[in-house]
Design a binder for this molecule. Structure first.
Ligand code: FES
Length: 94
C-alpha cells in the first residue's frame, strides 16, 4: 500500500495515497469547514465538486489556497488549515 507523509497544522500525518486534505485532517482531529462537500456513507455517495471554496487551506509552496475537499495530499506536503489567509478567504467566500 502506498502511503504519503505530510504535516497538517504541525501534526505529522501518514495516509493512503489518493487521500484528500480534508480526509487527512479529519483523521487527526483537525476540523476544516465544508459547504458543498457531502459524504453519505450509508448511501455510498460522495459529492465533492470543489465549488464553494469554504474549505480552503494554505499549502506551503503553493501560490493559491487549496480546496481541502478535492485536493489530494502528496509526500512532504505542509498544510495550514487555520492561517489568517485561509480564514480571511473563507470569510470572503461566506
Ligand atoms: S467544501 Fe466546497 S469546495 Fe470544499
Amino acid at each position: 500500500m502506498d502511503t504519503v507523509n505530510l504535516t497538517i497544522d504541525n501534526k505529522t500525518v501518514v495516509v493512503k495515497k489518493g487521500t484528500t486534505i480534508l480526509e487527512a485532517a479529519s483523521g487527526v482531529g483537525v476540523h476544516v469547514p465544508t459547504l458543498c462537500h457531502m459524504k453519505l456513507d450509508d448511501l455510498n455517495i460522495e459529492n465533492k465538486p470543489g465549488g464553494c471554496r469554504i474549505c480552503v487551506v494554505e499549502v506551503e509552496g503553493r501560490r493559491n489556497l487549496a480546496p481541502a475537499c478535492c485536493t489530494d495530499v502528496y509526500e512532504g506536503m505542509e498544510v495550514s488549515t487555520h492561517s489568517v489567509r485561509a480564514i480571511n478567504a473563507r470569510r470572503t467566500v461566506m
